[in-house]
Design a protein around this ligand. Structure first.
Ligand SMILES: [Zn+2]
Length: 370
């Protein structure tokens, strides 16, 4: 099985011809559908690259799922030539993307119209080195537009073998940030550790109310036509900065937790059980009549967390399953649970009682692995 990890690098707009990238993306969509369209005014090399080796990409790239609609823009897959520090070379010499580790530059040919050479920042070099140490290699890249801006995606690929899980199970229950992401480590039917991880909610809510307050003041100025003043602009900028900070806090937490949990699974050679109940959590927050904005904040970056958790699990060969582990149904007799104050769940049928966030762990203990 092959696993992939992606690193996005933003390209400078003056290095790229956006219109040209758009055309290449449209041609890529056609190539996915087995059409070869030879366009006279595009370099032959890039068109050969697109049609000649496309089948290889299809097999190799997980990202290469067929675009759902016609004419939707698909990222353009590209071969990568690697020139290492010891002068050894890997890959096709005619590849449009060259990673030159002797000078730490990325050269892109035929895709940005002219050849461009962009310096490889240390973090990119470090990321690639880490992937190489893990036995991977950056054989492919993709170029495309994200929110109208050009990006190069470096794709590391690695041949992996999943380990056979031990007697351990690591259960990850994805709730809103309000109650946090709960994880439990189960060994031979016993819960040995349990934790709910969440960002500092007070900090987030403070930032949120500050943003709301500044937004309101800005609105008031707008109504009297003074929003273009220095004060108006400052309020707008401050509100935006706070919203951005909130988003970054949950994003960093999401990435941090995904890394931490995959390392934990590796340590115990555990089966990773992921319960994605973000929808249920959203409903719970709606029932609590929280403002829509706050709900959005409490749900931000959870998709990203699950995506990153799955990517890392694949990359490190951690066996994982997605499993619904309900928190409102009794794990003993499957009767509906009643919620008491303090988020305690009880079963009126068999007497089972547990905190709401622990119920999924009880389910995880009972289910049989396929
Ligand atoms: Zn029961």
């Amino acid at each position: 099985m092959k696993a992939h990890r992606t690193l996005l690098i933003k390209l400078l707009e003056n290095n790229c011809d956006i219109g040209y990238i758009k055309r290449l993306m449209a041609l890529t969509n056609l190539a996915y559908r087995d059409y070869e369209v030879w366009v006279p005014d595009l370099p032959k090399t890039i068109q050969h690259q697109l049609y000649g080796s496309f089948k290889n990409y299809m097999e190799s790239l997980v990202l290469g799922t067929v675009p759902k609609r016609w004419f939707v823009r698909a990222w353009v897959p590209l071969k990568v030539l690697r020139v290492y520090g010891d002068d050894s070379i890997k890959g096709d010499r005619g590849a449009p993307v060259v990673l030159d580790f002797r000078n730490n530059v990325i050269k892109i040919r035929w895709v940005c119209k002219n050849e461009v050479s962009i310096p490889m920042p240390d973090q990119v070099v470090n990321w690639i080195n880490e992937r190489l140490r893990e036995g991977g290699d950056v054989k492919f890249a993709m170029i495309g537009l994200k929110d109208g801006e050009p990006y190069l995606a470096l794709i590391a690929e690695r041949e992996i073998v999943q380990y056979t899980p031990s007697e351990y199970r690591l259960v990850v229950d994805v709730n809103s940030w309000r109650y946090g992401i709960a994880w439990g480590l189960i060994h031979n039917g016993q819960l040995v550790s349990f934790k709910q991880e969440k960002p500092n909610l007070n900090e987030l809510l403070t930032l949120y109310y500050q943003a709301v307050k500044r937004g309101r003041k800005h609105g008031a100025l707008m109504r009297i036509g003074l929003h273009h003043t220095t004060q108006g602009k400052r309020l707008r900028r401050q509100a935006k900065a706070r919203r951005g900070k909130i988003y970054r806090v949950t994003r960093d937490k999401a990435y941090f937790l995904a890394g931490k949990l995959v390392r934990k699974a590796l340590k115990y050679r555990a089966l990773l059980v992921i319960d994605d109940m973000t929808e249920e959590s959203r409903k719970e927050l709606l029932e609590e009549k929280l403002p829509r904005d706050v709900i959005k904040l409490l749900m931000s970056n959870l998709r990203r967390f699950i995506c990153q958790l799955e990517t890392l699990a694949q990359w490190y060969g951690v066996p994982y399953v997605f499993k619904r582990l309900p928190s409102t149904i009794c794990p003993v007799c499957e009767h509906k649970l009643t919620q008491l104050p303090g988020r305690i769940m009880v079963c009126e049928n068999c007497g089972f009682k547990a905190p709401r966030d622990m119920v999924p762990m009880h389910w995880a203990i009972t289910f049989k692995t396929p």
